[in-house]
Design a protein around this ligand. Structure first.
Ligand code: PHE
Ligand code: ZN
Length: 872
């Protein structure tokens, strides 16, 4: 890309090491909104104090604001300096009241950051740096203030005027207007500010806390959607109860509000007392939502609720510390999900995100530690590394300190830091002090990026019965960091005695070894034969594990490991080994190796005692994305074909079993219960295999399921099976689905996604057509993610087409999206910047498209940062 072709200067890199306390603090905020779609007037009065002895001016952040007036202690000022991103006010006063009036254009705001309109309703999104699009302010998380908010708006259009805290006053005005005043008794940073105004259906409930306080729960959804809100409300009550029992944490206000909006960049936002949710994570009934949707809603509701303590009561000092609240809160929501549903399914879900997306990020030009050191655009760092690897780091602390030790650390953390804005180091220090455990080396997890590799080898001496295991660790250099140090890696494992093959018991109970050195050896004496090593229990560390498992070791682990995760992982290794070898083998060995691989699963399929959920997971062939992360470089087309080849052979071999399994599971009327979810999941998996094997009844079963399904899980299951089997009726079923759901964009997103990841030669023409669909709009992130995102992330044959057309399609789209919603554009560029592992020809094609995007006039900081990092 050519530099500086546009007028704006190159964006500035901010460094964690440069942190400085704020020059001024804000004690109170009294903010007033006159809501109008294009001309909202914001009047913000703050009490400001100088922080320390200095004579620096007050520099406020502000973007896209039309400044109307500045008053200092009531006196109109003209002595200020304004530029694109700031307002500088010269004063030598140490304490003063500042009143700023400005105008903004919510309807013209397509970035969905700051104050904007979502299907008519006003709503805000201020994390990370959106408050500066509302008014001039010290927009940083270590400036904590008490807020009073007054909202004025049209009574008919906006009967509900909401903000954080408690409603303290309200009244009527002329011209059909009304106003409401809110007051939040807790100090908060401006990123937790929220305002919502609109007309909604309201669901109400109450929750009585452990100390017997009654909390009002209010859920606001689009008119006519009330009956889709109950699952979210139930999930909220479960979350509130769970945080009390698990962490002794009670809710602290008298009211908790959740609003579902259609236009939202992310999943949801934890604004104090007033969460704003992407409607996708609120609205559900069995007709419109899959089991997975129900699961995700519960998890996201939990996540945002848990932020009230981990994020809101204790917040981040600066944005480099984002994982302080996000890693910890993801860990908490994962624990919550474990307690609400199948723990093993939940854990596998977490691990898949790590292996398919986080490992990919580590291997890319965007690699960064969970606490980044350098940032151009903060929105680019709401990543799987900060969130999910961050949660794995917390999980390792939990493993090292034990449940009680971890809880003691959490208690101390709240005791020390409640009401403050702190750092990741502060958190680890609390864990350290509460447990008297030196966590110096452990802290490297916060500063070091990359996926560590743990290599394991073992020896056994027949004569002495001595069994030795050698563990070694290595983290390869990453794009952002050349030098790597040894980490603290908790390794949970056990030994399985070969001689007691028929028993489920392992000889030695689970060990937890702390790997701290480059190499460590552990010995076990008196072993009557070489045991099978059952490693990485519960995915105890976010690492890649190298151990030369034999096929028979893996089979033993699949059937006998005491750890469910390791059982599943063994099954995935069996599949992966075969798929990865297929590429470079001759035809004969190929067929043989497929046969051998497939045969391994006979026992799993026929094991009547195996938990249905674990069985389903073990019988699931690894995704293309997870295979991709296991190799250094790869011909994507070959890998895709090898995977399909094994899948088809697997499907063929067990045709009869799939058929019987499908028939044997009869589910009564739909209920979202752990048991039914398991049953539907395995049925829909075997339905796919029936389709892939072109079973003679596949067509009719799929049609039957589609037509008689009383729930969305089974409707989508039928479509997905027809898609995989490339069955003739796929298109007609898709048409029926569209007919039925044409007025329901959230449901149609599932359909858009299925269309987008279908393997077909005319996929790009198909996408063009879909972009003209009545329900499609580039302005709604859910639509864009469903259609363009599904294609870029998951349509391997289309996106990686060797003629470069898939890359070009995505680039063209991102160039358009850059002007509309930079944040979403930047998330969607991920597959394009991950060119490191594909063949050179494709690499060149991908880089060419990155260059084209880079040359876009008015390129956002978001895309600029990713493109400059990823171009060689
Ligand atoms: N803080 C939100 C969460 O994780 C995510 C978010 C970030 C939402 C930025 C919007 C904007 O719960
Ligand atoms: Zn969060």
């Amino acid at each position: 890309m050519s530099t500086n072709t546009t007028s704006s200067p190159a964006p500035i890199v901010k460094r964690r090491a440069d942190y400085q306390q704020p020059d001024f603090l804000i004690q109170t905020v009294d903010i007033h909104f006159e809501l109008e779609s294009h001309e909202t007037i914001v009047t913000c009065s703050t009490t400001v104090t100088r922080n320390g002895k200095h004579d620096k001016p007050l520099v406020l952040d502000g973007e896209q604001l039309k400044l109307l007036s500045v008053k200092l202690d009531g006196k109109e000022q003209s002595d200020y300096l304004q530029d694109e991103t700031s307002l500088t006010i010269h004063t030598l006063k140490n304490e003063f009241e500042l009143t700023i009036q400005n105008q903004i254009d919510p309807k013209g705001n397509s970035s969905l950051e700051g104050l904007y309109q979502s299907s008519g309703a006003f709503c805000t999104q201020c994390e990370a740096e959106g408050f500066r699009k509302i008014t001039y302010f010290l927009d940083r998380p270590d400036v904590l203030a008490k807020y009073q908010v007054t909202i004025v708006g049209d009574k008919t259009l906006y009967p509900y005027l909401l903000s954080n805290g408690n409603k303290v006053d309200s009244g009527e005005l002329a011209d059909n207007k009304h106003w409401v005043k809110w007051s939040d008794p807790f100090n908060k940073p401006c990123y937790l500010f929220a305002l919502v105004a609109g007309d909604f259906d309201l669901l109400e409930d109450t929750f009585v806390t452990a100390s017997n306080r009654s909390v009002k729960l209010e859920l606001f959804v689009d008119k006519g959607k009330a009956e889709r809100g109950y699952h979210a409300l139930e999930s909220l009550k479960k979350s509130m109860a769970w945080d009390e029992t698990e962490f002794g944490l009670e809710y602290d206000l008298d009211i908790y509000m959740i609003v579902a909006v259609d236009f939202f960049n992310m999943g949801a936002m934890e604004n104090k007392g007033l969460n704003v949710f992407n409607s996708k994570f609120v609205l559900a009934n069995e007709q419109t939502a899959t089991d997975e949707d129900f699961f995700n809603i519960e998890a996201v509701i939990g996540h945002e609720y848990f932020h009230n303590w981990t994020g809101n009561r204790i917040t981040c000092r600066d944005w480099f510390q984002l994982s302080l609240k996000e890693g910890l809160t993801v860990f908490r929501d994962q624990q919550f999900s474990n307690d609400m549903s199948s723990p093993i399914v939940n854990r596998i879900k977490n691990v898949r995100i790590m292996r398919e997306h986080q490992f990919a990020e580590d291997a890319s030009a965007m690699s960064h530690p969970i606490r980044p050191d350098e940032v151009i655009e903060m929105n680019n760092f709401y990543t799987v590394t900060v969130y999910d690897k961050g949660a794995e780091v917390i999980r390792m602390l939990h493993t090292l300190l034990g449940k009680q030790g971890f809880r003691a650390g959490m208690d101390l953390y709240f005791q020390r830091f409640d009401g403050q804005a702190v750092t990741c180091d502060d958190f680890v220090q609390a864990m350290q002090d509460a447990n008297n455990k030196d966590l110096t080396q452990f802290r490297r997890w916060y500063s070091q990026s990359g996926t560590p590799q743990v290599t394991v080898s073992d020896t056994y001496e027949q004569e002495t019965g001595l069994y030795k295991i050698e563990f070694s660790q290595q983290t390869k250099p990453t794009f952002d960091q050349a030098e790597k140090l040894n980490l603290v890696i908790p390794m949970r494992f056990s030994l399985i005695d070969q001689n007691h093959n028929q028993q489920l018991n392992s000889v030695i109970e689970e060990q937890i070894v702390e790997l701290t050195e480059q190499t460590q050896v552990i010995e076990f004496s008196n072993q009557s034969s070489k045991p099978v090593l059952s490693l990485l229990h519960d995915f105890c560390a976010p690492v890649k594990l190298n151990y030369a498992y034999s096929r028979s070791d893996l089979v033993a682990l699949m059937l006998k490991s005491p750890d469910d995760f390791t059982r599943w992982d063994a099954s995935q290794r069996v599949f992966s080994q075969c798929i990865l070898q297929l590429a470079d083998q001759g035809e004969i060995t190929k067929t043989q190796s497929i046969k051998d691989t497939v045969a391994v699963f006979d026992q799993v399929i026929n094991d009547a005692n195996l938990d249905l959920a674990l069985k389903t997971e073990m019988l699931t062939i690894p995704s293309f994305e997870s295979l991709f992360q296991q190799v250094e470089s790869v011909d994507v087309e070959q890998l895709r074909k090898s995977r399909l080849q094994l899948l088809e052979a697997f499907a063929d071999t067990y045709q009869t079993q799939w058929f019987d399994l499908y028939k044997s599971i009869q589910i009564p009327k739909y209920e979202y219960t752990v048991e039914q979810v398991k049953q539907r999941k395995i049925r829909n998996l075997v339905l796919k295999y029936l389709a892939a094997s072109q079973h003679q009844h596949a067509q009719s079963i799929i049609e039957q399921q589609f037509l008689t399904a009383d729930n969305m899980t089974d409707s989508i299951g039928a479509l997905a099976a027809a898609q995989l089997g490339d069955l003739a009726e796929f298109d007609s079923l898709m048409q029926q689905f569209e007919q039925k759901w044409q007025a329901d964009p959230l449901v149609l997103d599932k359909w858009f996604a299925l269309q987008a990841n279908t393997d077909r030669a005319d996929i790009l023409a198909r996408l063009e057509l879909l972009m003209g669909h009545a329900q499609y709009t580039i302005n709604n992130p859910n639509r864009v993610r469903a259609l363009i995102g599904s294609f870029a992330f998951y349509n391997v044959s289309g996106f990686h087409n060797i003629d470069g057309s898939g890359y070009k399609f995505v680039a063209d789209y991102l160039i358009k999206l850059n002007d509309i919603n930079p944040q979403v554009a930047s998330r969607m560029i991920t597959p394009l910047i991950q060119w490191q592992k594909v063949d050179v020809k494709r690499q060149a094609l991908m880089q060419h498209q990155l260059m084209r995007i880079g040359d876009t006039p008015g390129l956002s900081k978001d895309l600029y940062e990713k493109i400059t990092k990823s171009l060689p």
